[in-house]
Each structure stands twice: as structure tokens, then as C-alpha cells.
Design a binder for this molecule. Sequence first.
Ligand code: PLP
Length: 357
Amino acid sequence: MPRPISATIHLDALENNLAVIRNKVGNSKIWAVVKANAYGHGLRCIWPHLDQADGFALLDFNEAILLRKQGWQRPILLLEGFFQPEDLRIIDEYQLTTVVHSHWQLKAIEAANFSNPINIYLKLNSGMNRLGFPADQYRDVLSLARNIRQIGQITLMSHFANADKKIGVTEQLNVIDSVSQGLNISQCLANSGACLWYPQTHRDWVRTGIALYGASPSGKWEDIADVGLKAVMSLKSEIIAVQNLKAGDKIGYGSKYTASCPMRVGTVACGYADGYPRSAMTGTPVIVNGVRTQMLGAISMDMMTVDLTPCPQAQIGSPVELWGQNLPVDDVAGVPGTIGYELLCALADRVPVSVCR
Ligand SMILES: *Cc1c(COP(=O)(O)O)cnc(C)c1O
């Protein structure tokens, strides 16, 4: 028997989520964001189930090449652009659309030879101060780009810092709208949060990541509970040992939990080397035998301890859901103060992944 931990990818949930987003964004085209190995879900096995998307957005050249080799013929967007002039050969060979965020990139394009003009996403820094040309230079840069014969279509791209929060997008959207006023240019602005909560940002293309995987852009499941999104990944394991504690007994490294009365606890085959957050602690939710209970003490590399008080029937071999269709990954992430994104992306290579309908 293999170690009992495994992740399952629910393809019907993935297809459902893309349809939910499609419904939200109306006529806007959708980039399915599949960076970071499709947020930990496994790009190779899931991309065919996202083929209703209009394009795939990612940032690793190897992932782009994999999609082309497996037969994807529609657009692929490089979200961070290219990193050195030599990368332009790959962009040309595999017909990739690239973000352009710095002057050196325009110069490199101008100096290169392509079999066809390349399409670019000219990035505007509208306030996040990560990538992009400043608002007061954007129109000049656009004129430069429009005069480079190696460049085909140009799309204005920008990214929101607070589409998931009450702060919202107004301030950045004002910058974008004033820069683009009177320009005849297509636009791509919205991430998942903006797709769900700010319809005025949808424009020509949207870029949807986390919502496709059924987790919340805000890190809070309540915020998407009535949107119709479903968890795509479930992480499961089993109880591999049971301990009966007396009052005063302690659990795990650092003895961080002390039993205040006699209690039964279970040891689960899941640790931080599987991708579960090392910062998880007492109170992090877990489902054992279909009953919601909690982790106790500190997590080890390969194991964690859970409270069996609410599920007295549980024993060695009882099923454990770490996150998934019955336990939102955001609920798990919230206790150690992180977000579902981080947990999904961190799924470790040693966890076997299978797909199901
Ligand atoms: C990752 C990423 C997205 C997707 O963000 P989600 O919040 O997962 O929808 C969109 N745009 C850019 C530039 C990104 O890097």
C-alpha cells in the first residue's frame, strides 16, 4: 500500500468554474491563468479541460512550449514578458504573445527578426508599482511601439492591487481610463477578483486564475460562497495512528498543545513536506470521517495530529480531508494567516495526483 495521501483534481468543477466566469464576463475573452503548474493542479492534465478558454496565460517558457507541443493553437500570453533578448527566438517559434514592460524590451524587439510580427501586451503601471511603464510615459511608449514594424497587435494591460478588497479598483481605473482616453486600443485589466466584483473592468480580455480553481481571490471563502465556484483540488489522507491522552499530556514538536482532559487524538499522514503550511497550528480545520475537527499542536514534516473528540468512531484507516469539496482551502489557509493560492501552489511533488469527473 502506498502512503495514503493523495490529491484529486475534479474536472467537472474546473469546467463549471470556467462556465461561471464566462457567464460573469459576458463578451470579454478569457485568459485562463495556468502559471505555477496551473496553481499546483498539474498543467499537463488539466489544460485540455480548459479548452473553452480563449487563451492561456503563464510565465514559464517551458510551460508555454508544453502547451504548443500538446497541440494548443490559440494564444499564449507571457505574463512577465521575456527576460533576455534571446528569448525572442522562442516567442517567434512558438507564436507567443508577450508582455512588454520596459524600454530594453522594445529595443530588443526592434533589433530582432521574426517570421511574423509579434503581438504584445504593453503594460501600464497604474499604481501597483511592480511592472509597467508609468502613466505619464505610456502614450509616448505606445507611439514608439506602434512604429516598430516587428510588432503586430498591441493591447493595453494593467493589473489591480486591490480587486479582492473593499479598497477596490477605482483609483487605478481612473489612471487607466485617463491614459487610454481617445486611444483606439484593446484592453486587458481584470484578474479573478475584478472578474467577480468589478464588471466595469472586464474590457476586451480578462485574466482569470484562482477562481478557475475554486478558491477565493480575497482568501475568504464566504466572499465566493454564493458565486457557484467549486473546489477543483481535494487533498486527502488517512489516520495512521490513534493515541489516548491524559490531562497534561502534550503533542508533537515543541509540545505546543497540552490536553486539558482525557482525549483521543489521531495521527494523519500529511506534513509540511506535502505542502501543508508549516505555520498551521491548533485550530486549523480538518475533516475526519466526514466530521469537521481541528489540528492540534505543531505540524511535523510528514505528520500532523488531529482532535478525534467530535468523531469518536474514527480509527486507523479513517478518511481525512485536508481541503477540498467539503473544506474550502481558504478556511484552512486563514488560520495560519495565508490564502488558498499559497496552499494550492505549494502542493509537493511527492503527493500523487489523479483526476476524476
Ligand atoms: C497571476 C496573475 C493573474 C491571475 O490572478 P488571480 O487572482 O489568480 O485571478 C492575473 N494577472 C497577472 C498579471 C497575474 O500575474
